[in-house]
Unconditional design. Structure first.
Lengths: 255, 271
């Protein structure tokens, strides 16, 4: 920020630094069941972000006093590897990571049917191996795949994607430089079938109208990412597309 | 690691009363859904701080203090002063607050307050540079929660804003990279005035400024911080529930209008 006179993020043709259009997502790659020991796992590449998520549980709550009598406790840790950023990141959890662990948990919990596992815990671990803006959203995309892979009943998959504003224009899915030099960032997590937002944060400066545009844009992108998540699960469990078309996520996971 | 917390048993008994009232369009403290509790703010309550403010939001009490000190700038912002926001949930404020390092709620609160001030460029940090890359003024905003009756984020951020606008530092000039103080006191270089508005969703009903009982039953909350030009500068959703996109858009519109009102109240106190 502040340097936007120097750095131009959108060229005369309306293309961004990495050649994308304003409403274009970065390339995504998703793989389910990538870890042997975890009950569920997923690997997501979102642009240059490389994120690994693992789910352990439902398992016995430890320490016991955190157990809840009517539902499972969901625990979540978002963590960045020391080598994931340009400058080495101290591996001790930062205040940012603590906050993100909380908002990511709150983004995932609405989807998890934790009432099926009273007194248990479901642990979600998100490790950012390489960070390039949008790690919390990609982390949520990966974590909900890992939860599905672990066979945990879910109302729906959660997909994450940010929108923002660069050079005065509302754009989708900011990259690292766009995040640093841009005017606003709006990370969103969304459950498409229920049409609900489970994570919403914003920093920067947006007018009410720009916010509405950015929100619509990121919600639309989450719908696309959701389809990719379904495809990744089908791939893993060798399910033909027609079979799952009308089924819910829960059934798909059990298949 | 962040994990799902349990409500106290008393809160569980209260849940039904609160929810029943909300479903009838009423609230436990007799407000209407879009009523904000009366907010009173006193500036300059702590003489030893550079700036301070105490906010009463219903029964919620928060005090914020500003200290200005000299330190080294961050390597990536050599010509800018430093803003640090910290919050303490001290045990006097609630039976659920414990001593020890800040928990995730306290960290979240401080970061949401920080985001509002930082992203609205409320303080002109460039004016706090003494010697580029070597020496700058650091503005510490410390928020103390004294009594927790809900909606700490709004109370904390308004106290922080009040403390900032009331803050005075010694006038200075820079000579050969060193600070030379003058006798007079000057205000901090303020450019903007961010105000957050928090809304809670309880059983599908959206209510402004949740009190503690309401926070214990809410599905989720949304904080929208807007600046003096009605631009949105920070947002934060919290809680295990969810909002539809249309609900969010409505909440943003309500928040912008309400923030304008509260901003005027705070600024009217500045002498």
């Amino acid at each position: 920020m502040g340097k936007q006179e120097v750095v131009r993020l959108i060229n005369d043709k309306g293309l961004r630094v990495d050649g994308r259009g304003l409403g274009e997502l970065r390339p995504l790659k998703m793989e389910v069941g990538v870890l042997d020991k975890a009950d569920g796992s997923a690997y997501v590449e979102h642009g240059k972000n490389k994120i690994m998520a693992a789910v352990y549980g439902p398992r016995e709550a430890h320490p016991k006093h955190i157990a809840l009598s009517d539902r499972a406790v969901v625990r979540c840790r978002y963590h960045m590897a020391p080598f994931s950023t340009t400058e080495r990141k101290n591996p001790a959890p930062s205040r940012r990571e603590l906050e993100l662990s909380k908002v990511i948990r709150e983004a995932l919990e609405p989807a998890i049917m934790s009432e099926y596992y009273p007194r248990a815990t479901i642990d979600v671990f998100i490790e950012v191996l390489q960070a390039d803006a949008g790690t919390r959203c990609a982390g949520i995309t990966a974590a909900s795949l890992a939860l599905a892979d672990a066979g945990i009943p879910m109302r729906e998959l959660v997909a994450g994607c940010a929108a923002g504003k660069i050079d005065g224009k509302v754009v989708l899915d900011l990259s690292d430089i766009e995040d640093k030099e841009g005017d606003a960032d709006l990370p969103v997590a969304f459950m498409p079938k229920s049409n609900v937002i489970t994570l919403l944060q914003m920093d920067g400066s947006l007018s009410e109208e720009e916010f509405r545009q950015a929100l619509d844009m990121s919600v639309e992108a989450c719908r696309k990412i959701y389809e990719m998540q379904r495809e990744a699960l089908r791939e893993k469990y060798h399910i033909e597309k027609e079979e799952t078309e009308e089924k819910t996520e829960t059934q798909e996971v059990k298949a | 690691m962040s994990f799902t917390r349990q409500l106290s048993p008393v809160a569980k008994l209260e849940q039904k009363t609160v929810v029943d009232l909300i479903l009838k369009g009423k609230r436990i403290d007799e407000r209407t859904p879009l009523d904000y509790r009366p907010m009173t703010i006193m500036l300059g309550v702590i003489d030893k701080a550079n700036g301070s403010a105490q906010v009463y939001l219903g029964k919620t009490k928060v005090v914020a203090g500003i200290k200005v000190e000299i330190g080294t700038p961050f390597a990536d912002r050599p010509e800018e002063g430093i803003l640090t926001v910290n919050s303490e949930f001290v045990p006097i404020a609630s039976p659920t607050f414990e001593t020890g390092p800040p928990d995730e709620n306290s960290i979240e609160l401080a970061r949401v307050v920080d985001r509002g001030i930082r992203e609205s460029k409320a303080i002109d940090l460039k004016k706090l540079c003494i010697s580029a890359g070597k020496k700058v003024f650091m503005v510490f905003v410390d928020v103390y929660v004294l009594d927790h009756d809900g909606n700490l984020i709004d109370a904390a951020a308004m106290a922080a804003l009040g403390a900032l606008v009331s803050a005075k530092m010694r006038a200075f000039k820079v000579k050969d990279g060193e600070v030379e103080y003058k006798d007079e006191m000057i205000p901090l270089p303020m450019l903007n005035y961010p105000v957050p508005i928090t809304t809670a969703k309880i059983e599908g009903t959206v209510v402004l400024d949740p009190c503690l009982e309401e926070e214990q039953v809410m599905g989720c909350r949304l904080t929208v911080t807007t600046d003096k030009n009605d631009q949105i500068c920070a947002m934060q959703k919290g809680g295990l529930g969810y909002f539809s996109p249309d609900e969010v858009k409505k909440i943003v519109a309500t928040s912008i209008a309400k923030a304008r009102e509260l901003r005027n109240t705070i600024l009217s106190k500045v002498k």
